[in-house]
Design a binder for this molecule. Structure first.
Ligand SMILES: NC(=O)C1=CN([C@@H]2O[C@H](COP(=O)(O)OP(=O)(O)OC[C@H]3O[C@@H](n4cnc5c(N)ncnc54)[C@H](O)[C@@H]3O)[C@@H](O)[C@H]2O)[C@@H](O)CC1
Ligand SMILES: [K+]
Length: 554
C-alpha cells in the first residue's frame, strides 16, 4: 500500500481537481461521509460489544450483526444503535474542518446528536470549508465557537436534548498544518486528550507531522484515524503510529493511480507489495531437482571474544532462510568452543594469534573464501580491533559479491568516514543499522534520526548507492533508486539481544538464493517480523522472547 507526503497529497488533489475536473466539493463530500461511516461503525460495534471497541477482523461492507446477503435498509432516520450517541465535531478553518462539517451533517442524518465546536469564528473560514459552514448553519446543526474559559466539558446539550458527549471527531488540522498547533487549536487538542472520550481523527491526528510521524506538542491521541484517499507517511512511523490508533484508508473518489511522474513517498510492505512491486513470493517453492548448491552459500564474518554467539545466531538464521550452505568465519581462538554448536554449519578459523579477535590480515582470507561463496555478511559480534578500518575497507572495496554490513562493522564504517570515504561498490550492499548506528553513520543525534526515519534512510541510500535497512519498530528499507518500504510486521518482544543478528543472517541467506538486494532486504525484514510475531504468540509472556525463538519460528 502506497503512502504520500502532504506535498504529494496536494499535488494529487490539484491534479484530480484541475486536470481531471473532479469538483473539490465532491471530494470533500466523500471525505466527510467516509469519516461519518467510520464513526457510525465505531458506535455500532461499541454498542454490540457492550462497551469497549470490538476487535478482530472487520467484514468489509457489513455492519456488525448483519449477515451477507441479508436485505437491510438503513432508514433515513438512522440506526437504532446510534440514538444514545452525541459527538462533538472539532472544526478547524481549512479543508480538514470542511471534512468535519460534512461528517457532522451525515452523522446527524444517521441519528447521532452532533455539536460543532469551531476552533475559530467561522468568519475566518476559507474556501470550501466556509461553504460547508453555511450549509451546516442553514440546516440548523448546533455549533459553538470554542471558548477556552468554558471548555468543552459543558457541551452536553444538543438541539434542546440533554445528551452526554460520547465521542469526538478531530477535524481541526490536516495536511495543511504547519508547526505545533497554536491558540485555540492547542487548547482543544489538550481538552480532547484529557476527556478520555474516543477520538476519531479526520485524515491525520491534529498536531502530527504528516510527513515524518513526529508529533508536535500537543497532538491528538486518536482511537482511530480515517486517512483520506491515500495513507500519509506520518501514519507509518512512531510516535505517529501511536497517535493515530487504528488507521483506516478510505477511497474518496481520487483515482488510485498517481498522476504521471509522481512517485509515492513509500509503500507499506504486504504480501501484495512483495509480489507486485518486488516480484518476490513469501513462500518460494523449491525445484524438484534442486540441491544444496542451487540455494547458495553464505559466508559470515562474525564473532569475537566475548561476543562469540552473535555469529551463531546469524549463521543459524541464514540456514533457516533456506540457503544451501553457510560458512561461519571466526577468530581461530573461538573455534574449539564453537565446534559442533550448529552441526549444519561449516566453520572457517581466521588466524588471530590466539587473541579471539579480528585483525587486518584476516580480510585477505575472507576474500579468498568468498571466491567459492555467494554473499558475505560482516559485523555481528566482530567488536572493535586494531586495523579494523583497513580490514573492512578491503572487504568493502574488494568483495565482488553482495555484502551485508551490520553491528560493529557499521561502527567501523562510521568511524572511517562512512561509505563516501571508500570506493563505491559495484556489487549489492545492504546496511542494517539500528537508530544509534544510523546516527553514527550520518553524524546526527539518534533523536534526529528517529524524528524523520523515512527521510534519513532515503537520503542515505540514494547518496551512497546502498540498500539501507533502518531498524526499530516500523523498520524502513530504502533502496538506492529512491524507493522506500515500511515494514509493519513485528512484535515488541523482539526488542532483545541477538534479534538484529538474526536479521543479518536472514537477509544474507535470501541474497545467497539469488534475490536482489532490495528483495532480500524487504522480504528479510518482513519475515523476521512475522517470525517474531509467531514466536511471541507461542509464549505466555512475550517479554520472555529470545532471538533464538525467532529463528525457530522461521
Ligand atoms: N481537495 C482537497 O484538497 C481535499 C482535502 N481534504 C482535506 O483537507 C485537508 C487539508 O486542508 P487544508 O490544506 O485546507 O489545511 P488544513 O485544514 O490542514 O489546515 C487549515 C489551516 O489551518 C491553519 N493552520 C496551519 N497550521 C496551523 C497550526 N499549527 N495551528 C493553528 N492553525 C494552523 C492554516 O491557516 C491552514 O490554512 C486534508 O487533510 C483533508 O482533510 C479533503 O477534503 C479531501 C479533498
Ligand atoms: K485532523
Amino acid at each position: 500500500m502506497k503512502f504520500l507526503t502532504s506535498e504529494q497529497m496536494r499535488e494529487v488533489d490539484r491534479y484530480t481537481i484541475e486536470k481531471l475536473g473532479l469538483p473539490a466539493m465532491s471530494l470533500m463530500e466523500n471525505a466527510g461521509r467516509s469519516i461519518a461511516d467510520e464513526v457510525r461503525r465505531f458506535c455500532l460495534s461499541r454498542s454490540s460489544a457492550g462497551g469497549g471497541l470490538a476487535t478482530g477482523p472487520r467484514q468489509a461492507g457489513l455492519l456488525p450483526g448483519r449477515k451477507p446477503g441479508e436485505l437491510y435498509i438503513v432508514e433515513p432516520g438512522g440506526d437504532a444503535g446510534l440514538s444514545g450517541e452525541h459527538w462533538l465535531i472539532l472544526v478547524g478553518k481549512g479543508n480538514n474542518g470542511g471534512d468535519g462539517l460534512v461528517c457532522a451533517r451525515h452523522l446527524a442524518d444517521a441519528g447521532v446528536a452532533v455539536t460543532l465546536v469551531y476552533a475559530e469564528p467561522p468568519e475566518n473560514f476559507c474556501g470550501d470549508a466556509l461553504v460547508q459552514y453555511e450549509i451546516a448553519k442553514a440546516l440548523g446543526l448546533p455549533g459553538v465557537v470554542y471558548d477556552p474559559e468554558a471548555g468543552i466539558s459543558g457541551l452536553g446539550e444538543s438541539g434542546g436534548r440533554e445528551r452526554r458527549v460520547t465521542g469526538l471527531v478531530d477535524a481541526l488540522l490536516g495536511t495543511g498544518s504547519k508547526g505545533a498547533p497554536r491558540g485555540a487549536y492547542a487548547f482543544l487538542i489538550r481538552e480532547a486528550n484529557d476527556s478520555g472520550l474516543p477520538v476519531i481523527s479526520a485524515d491525520i491526528p491534529s498536531g502530527l507531522d504528516a510527513d515524518t510521524g513526529a508529533v508536535h506538542d500537543p497532538c491528538i491521541q486518536a482511537w482511530m484515524t480515517v486517512s483520506l484517499a491515500f495513507l500519509k507517511a506520518g501514519l507509518t512511523q512512531y510516535p505517529g503510529v501511536k497517535a493515530a490508533g487504528e488507521v483506516i484508508v478510505r477511497y474518496i473518489g481520487i483515482p488510485r493511480t498517481l498522476p504521471p511522474g509522481l512517485e509515492a513517498a513509500g509503500q507499506v510492505v504486504t504480501e501484495e507489495t512483495l509480489r507486485a512491486e518486488l516480484g518476490v513470493e513469501v513462500s518460494r517453492p523449491r525445484e524438484g531437482d534442486g540441491h544444496k548448491g542451487t540455494y547458495g552459500h553464505v559466508l559470515l564474518a562474525a564473532g569475537s571474544l566475548p561476543m562469540s554467539c552473535a555469529g551463531l545466531l546469524a549463521a543459524k538464521a541464514a540456514l533457516r532462510a533456506g540457503c544451501g550452505l553457510a560458512t561461519w568465519a571466526l577468530p581461530a581462538a573461538l573455534l574449539p568452543r564453537m565446534l559442533g554448536a550448529v552441526p549444519e554449519l561449516m566453520l572457517a578459523p581466521a588466524e588471530d594469534g590466539g587473541a579471539g579477535a579480528w585483525n587486518e590480515a584476516a580480510a585477505g582470507e575472507m576474500l579468498r573464501l568468498l571466491e567459492a561463496r555467494d554473499v558475505l555478511a560482516v559485523g555481528p559480534g566482530v567488536g572493535r580491533f586494531p586495523g579494523e578500518a583497513a580490514f573492512l575497507r578491503a572487504l568493502w572495496e574488494g568483495a565482488p559479491r553482495p555484502l551485508v554490513v551490520d553491528a560493529d562493522a557499521l561502527n567501523i564504517l562510521a568511524a572511517a568516514g562512512g561509505p563516501a570515504a571508500w570506493r563505491r561498490r559495484d556489487a549489492a550492499t545492504v546496511l542494517t543499522p539500528h537508530p544509534g548506528e544510523m546516527a553514527r553513520l550520518t553524524g546526527l543525534e539518534t533523536a534526529e534520526v528517529q524524528r524523520d526515519r523515512i527521510g534519513v534512510a532515503r537520503r542515505f541510500a540514494a547518496e551512497h548507492g546502498v540498500t539501507l535497512v533502518l531498524k526499530g519498530a516500523r523498520t524502513v528499507i530504502a533502496a538506492s533508486d529512491g524507493r522506500v518500504f515500511v515494514n509493519v510486521t513485528g512484535h515488541p518482544g523482539m526488542a532483545t539481544g541477538g534479534s538484529g543478528d538474526v536479521l543479518t543472517g536472514l537477509i544474507a541467506g535470501l541474497l545467497a538464493q539469488g534475490l536482489d538486494e532490495i528483495q532480500a532486504a524487504v522480504l528479510g525484514v518482513y519475515l523476521h517480523g512475522l517470525a517474531g510475531e509467531q514466536a511471541a504468540a507461542r509464549r505466555a509472556n512475550p517479554a520472555s522472547l529470545l532471538a533464538g525463538d525467532i529463528i525457530e519460528a522461521l
